[in-house]
Design a protein around this ligand. Structure first.
Ligand code: NAD
Ligand code: MN
Length: 331
């Protein structure tokens, strides 16, 4: 029995997640779905953005699919972003974000890279303080444990995809203690693994330029939380943008797939949300968590077939339902 905890969340999460579930049901015959709630609507109804029952369901299933949640632009007492809570509580220490060229949508072909981002610490520990009216300070936490966990995952992924190059991205020239510790931990783990891949390093600013200039040259990039957040959004341009950007939050024996986009309140309810980012996120669950490489490839090939057959203009006109039908017809 393959168990999946499904957390649609808010806005278009409610529209794209059911599509991804029906696609997964086509590929995994023994899939058992457990529904769970999280997000802003959930907070307004229950006072919690991630109820304990959702955490229990995630732990029991070991695998989850998350849609998106809305966050108010102003601070609301008692409210914390659901996805950040899920990442931290469930120890989802790594965030995996692949970027590849797709027929029709991508302005450039031949790109196939994967950004592996630390997902639990860095500047996202959220430790900020107001020192005076004119000075605010944020802490950046980098630990050996989280850096080594990330590097071990990089080794695992490098073996799975036969990576030719692994690039550590940091800013150790300016942040020798935090970025230096990150770099040294990663170097050590990668060196000990004895991989065939070339292991090199780039300062984050140079990496940003090269991701624009020559994205085909990259294969696996390994970096800290904030750098990975920014670089992966930048690189997702090459895949055709947010409607196609998937991710996987990955811990020890537990994984939560999640499209990179948010709840898109501007189009929620119109039936026009593109479900492909959610679908491609579930392909990451298949490949990396369930180790179902054949099914992951089948799914990605079906998306590739769909994008080959319809133009970007047609895709923008398509409804969520229409894209689902086109995809299921190819599976
Ligand atoms: P967004 O990703 O929701 O939307 C940005 C733009 O892209 C919008 O114009 C939207 O219509 C479009 N878009 C996004 N996904 C699409 C899809 N699948 N198909 C078609 N068009 C799509 O980002 P935003 O507008 O900055 O944020 C909206 C809400 O989502 C906010 O409350 C924000 O906090 C939240 N958010 C949540 C997550 C998450 O849950 N991980 C991530 C980002 C933003
Ligand atoms: Mn982001």
């Amino acid at each position: 029995m393959t168990r999946l905890c499904v957390i649609p969340g808010d806005g278009i999460g409610q529209e794209v997640v059911p599509v991804a579930v029906r696609v997964l049901e086509r590929l995994i015959t023994d899939l058992q779905v457990v529904e769970a709630v999280a997000g802003w609507d959930c907070f307004q109804a229950t006072g919690e953005s991630v109820p304990a029952s959702t955490l229990e369901a995630m732990r029991a299933c070991g695998a989850g699919l998350f849609g998106a949640v809305s966050s108010p632009a102003h601070a609301v007492p008692g409210y914390r972003s659901a996805i950040i809570q899920l990442r931290q509580t469930l120890g989802l220490g790594v965030n995996l974000r692949p970027v590849r060229s797709w027929p029709g949508l991508s302005v450039r072909s031949g790109i196939n890279l994967l950004i592996l981002r630390e997902n639990s610490e860095g500047l996202y520990v959220g430790v900020e303080r107001q020192v005076s009216a004119d000075l605010a300070v944020a802490e950046r936490h980098i630990s050996r444990q989280a850096s080594e966990f990330l590097a071990h995952r990089a080794v695992e992924i490098a073996r799975l995809r036969g990576a030719r190059r692994i690039t550590l991205v940091h800013k150790a020239n300016i942040l020798p203690l935090t970025c230096g510790l990150f770099r040294d931990c990663c170097r050590e783990v990668l060196h000990q693994a004895g991989l065939d891949a070339l292991v090199d390093e780039r300062l984050v600013d140079v990496a940003a330029l090269q991701l624009v200039e020559q994205p085909e040259a990259f294969d696996l990039l390994v970096t800290t939380n904030l750098f990975g957040d920014i670089l992966s959004d930048l690189a997702s341009y090459w895949s055709g943008g947010l409607g196609l950007a998937p991710s996987l939050n990955w811990g020890q024996g537990i994984a939560l797939a999640e499209p990179v986009h948010g709840s898109a309140p501007d189009i929620a309810g119109t039936g026009r949300a593109n479900p492909l980012a959610a679908v491609l996120s579930s392909a990451l669950l298949l490949r990396y968590h369930w180790r179902a490489e054949t099914e992951a490839n089948r799914l990605e090939s079906a998306v590739e077939g769909l994008l080959t057959d319809i133009s970007p203009g047609q895709l923008r006109q398509e409804t969520t339902q229409g894209i689902e039908a086109e995809l299921l017809a190819r599976l």
